[in-house]
Write a protein that binds this ligand. Structure first.
Ligand SMILES: [Zn+2]
Length: 168
């Protein structure tokens, strides 16, 4: 039950290959889920955005993400991707002052375990598809800046609001 500091771009833990969670979960893994929830809620309150968070963003290299509208997703993996892709401006708690234009699959199917270790499956599209691709990338040490469509597609949030926002 704690709000943990968000690890920022440059912190090596954001580049770690995260370890799978085994069941039954340890006390540490259960506490990690609560901390992810608390930290996500706190970030949303302070910054006005944020729908998901990944464990390495609070310094723990475990395969857990927490999505506002779904809850904890443990050992999530993308099992199917649409051929259709779309581009959009993405942001991240770990570099809150940047916007990055990325390309993502329009829809994905994600398998994951719930807190009891029971396998779950969701089929999602559009902004939720983008969100889950972003968070699952974190578990493999991949950040949105790595996915920039080109070198001109990384901009400061302040300038994004001035020059790009209406032209998605
Ligand atoms: Zn992120």
């Amino acid at each position: 039950m704690a709000i943990r500091p968000i690890r920022l771009l440059g912190d090596p833990v954001l580049r770690a290959q995260c370890k799978p969670v085994r069941f039954p979960m340890t006390y540490g893994d259960k506490k990690l889920i609560v901390d992810l929830y608390d930290t996500l809620q706190d970030f949303r309150k302070r910054h006005g955005f944020g729908r998901g968070i990944a464990a390495p963003q609070i310094g723990i290299a475990k395969r857990i993400i927490f999505i506002d509208s779904i809850g904890a997703m443990i050992n999530p993996r993308i099992v199917k991707r649409s051929k259709t892709k779309f581009t959009l401006w993405d942001d991240c708690f770990s570099f809150p002052d940047l916007l990055v234009k990325v390309q993502r699959n329009r829809s994905v199917v994600v398998q994951y375990d719930n807190e009891n270790g029971e396998p779950q499956r969701v089929s999602i599209r559009d902004d939720m598809s983008e969100l889950l691709q972003h968070e699952i990338d974190h578990l493999n040490g991949v950040l949105a800046v790595d996915r920039a469509v080109d070198t001109k597609s990384i901009v400061l949030r302040s300038e994004y609001l001035k020059f790009f926002k209406k032209r998605k």
